[in-house]
Ligand binder design. Sequence first.
Ligand code: B4P
Length: 192
Amino acid sequence: MRLVLLGPPGSGKGTQAARLKEYLQVPHISTGDLLRAEVAAGSPLGMQAKEVMARGDLVSDEILLGMLESRFSRADTANGFILDGYPRNQAQADALGVLLQKMGKPMDYAVQLEVPTELLVERIAGRAAAEGRADDTPESVRTRLKVYDSQTAPVIDYYRQHGQLTVVNGVGSLDEVFSRLVEALSPAKEVG
Ligand code: B4P
């Protein structure tokens, strides 16, 4: 199954994708994780991305598309993938459409995790205390939420207009949200 997980920062995309990957037996591709790995490795790409990410802004579309093409070329994506964190703007949504069409592998599902803003802020503050991620500072979180509203929310409307969107309530325990996702995806899992 080829699944795109959408939702604001803190909505649980990364958290749920880690569980869904076991359930669906397909790899979890997080553009945030790919970028953080580049930063940790100190690669030229990572050096370019580091500041942008810490501020909470989006890394360039060109870098993201190159990273994604290279990840999709790996054999483990043959039976599908869970894409988490991409697309984040309309240009990325268009690029993803073209890329999947070129590969002859259309997307099966775009799932939006819906969570109210107050709860997002609370969850990210919890992670900041536990993990100290460089972009979980209050200032960066404000920027990330603004960027989401202005650039990523329109992508959700785009998938809705194309009849490709499934909305899942992301409020509740990790198990509750996971059960809702499994239920929402079950017709697609049956047809493979
Ligand atoms: P991401 O890594 O995608 O970061 P994120 O949006 O915060 O989501 P994440 O998946 O990590 O968190 P989750 O909601 O699971 O992006 C980071 C940065 O990378 C971006 O700002 C940007 O700079 C760059 N980037 C990434 N993709 C890009 C792209 N396509 N284009 C350009 N730039 C890009 O979880 C958050 C917290 O909530 C966790 O602590 C978790 O434990 C908690 N939580 C989750 N579910 C919960 C629940 N049900 N109850 C309680 N807590 C819960």
